[in-house]
Ligand binder design. Structure first.
Ligand code: AMP
Length: 184
């Protein structure tokens, strides 16, 4: 059973790697960013509440996401395992997830931090062309990452669940390393 949490700054390649692994392992890839982007596109109540935060590169408030994650991990397809990409993004989300998994009687295998130097992240984010990838929101998202998301790394380190992978390498090499970590 594979249950993985993908950490790492914006532009580290989390989405791409999580997607690839989920396909290989035939388990759902649960990306809160994607869920939110489709809610915005569909103009759902969630999307309408989340959009302004996303446009600014800030985190959307926890209360918009916590029930959503609970519901998603309760879906039948998540019984086979899952890869979480973009959640948890702060320590309170990490504590929430820890309790949720206890309630569901699930344990995650590990939290993987994809490490990539800042200057490479900037190049990648500027080159990706997503609507929320303007120079200003990119700056905000990197700040938000440093202040709110980086402490989540320590959260998992303290629980001996942290695995670090060098994300500054060709995509295939990163995927190989990830597969080795999961098999070990
Ligand atoms: P991502 O695709 O993971 O880069 O997420 C895009 C945007 O969605 C972020 O900049 C946040 O505004 C929002 N978002 C995604 N996941 C979360 C989360 N776990 N908590 C708060 N906001 C999130």
């Amino acid at each position: 059973m594979t249950r993985l949490i993908f950490l790492g700054p914006p532009g580290a390649g989390k989405g791409t790697q999580a997607q690839r692994l989920a396909e290989v392992l035939r388990i759902p890839h649960i990306s809160t960013g994607e869920i939110l982007r489709s809610a915005v596109a569909d103009k759902t109540p969630l999307g309408q509440k989340a959009q302004a935060y996303m446009d600014r590169g800030e985190l959307v408030p926890d209360e918009l996401l916590l029930d959503l994650i609970g519901d998603r991990l309760n879906q039948p397809d998540a019984e086979k395992g899952w890869i979480l990409d973009g959640f948890p993004r702060n320590v309170s989300q990490a504590s929430f997830l820890e309790k949720l998994l206890q309630e569901l009687n699930q344990t995650c295998n590990c939290a993987i931090n994809l490490e990539v130097p800042d200057e490479i992240l900037l190049d990648r984010l500027l080159g990706r062309g997503r609507l929320d990838d303007t120079p200003e929101t990119i700056r905000t998202r990197l700040e938000v990452y440093r202040h709110q998301t980086a402490p989540v790394i320590e959260f998992y380190r303290e629980r001996a669940l942290l695995r670090i992978i060098d994300g500054d390498r060709p995509m295939e090499e990163v995927t190989d390393s990830l597969e080795q970590v999961i098999m070990s």
